[in-house]
Ligand binder design. Sequence first.
Ligand SMILES: C[S@@+](CC[C@H](N)C(=O)[O-])C[C@H]1O[C@@H](n2cnc3c(N)ncnc32)[C@H](O)[C@@H]1O
Length: 210
Amino acid sequence: MTARQLQDYPHLTLQPGTLDGQLDFEVIFGRSGPVEIEIGSGKGTFLVSQAGAFEKTNFLGIEWANKVYRYAVDRIGRWGLKNVRLIRTDAADFLAEHVADESVEGFHLYFPDPWPKKRHHKRRFFCSENLEQMLRCLKPGGWINIATDHQDYFEQIQTVTRQAVEGGRAKIIPFIRPVGAGQGEYVGTNYERKYLKEGRPTYTLALQKL
Ligand SMILES: C[S@@+](CC[C@H](N)C(=O)[O-])C[C@H]1O[C@@H](n2cnc3c(N)ncnc32)[C@H](O)[C@@H]1O
């Protein structure tokens, strides 16, 4: 069977090479409104359901793997969602270079790559440095929603979060399930569904910037 040709939908995508300094989200989305960023948006399953349900919110998906990025662009284009943009780049660099202070309402981080080998732990996205970056980008009262299947990574996420809480920069809040989460699911993304079938647990955490 031949695979369907994926479409590019250039109006939905940001080209990393053309960006200069901090972005103006009103220009990017062509309107004002709260901005939520998903880091590691994969095939776009979360974005399709959440952006469809919250039409007044602007969603930006960041994904560095070309294959799933292109799949997500094609999918969001076919759904005709006007409140989603996607960029293929490294999320840590993108936040540091292009996202202004206090410009983001919330971050979604679902099943970030766990890099299970100890010598690779430094590649994990959720670390003190990137948490500081996300807190800088968040408006006061903004939040970060996190889910992972990986216990050791979850422990790191809790430790790093605790430092921000003890430093008076954040507090723990209840995790709110996205609309796409079905029965027995916390998030409803592709990876959660895959891991559920394998009987793996999902750990969640949400925090709010003070
Ligand atoms: C395990 S997958 C989870 C995908 C999706 N969130 C889900 O739950 O189905 C992790 C995704 O994050 C992407 N990713 C990992 N680190 C990234 C980074 N620094 N910047 C952008 N994308 C990243 C990977 O390419 C991969 O698609």
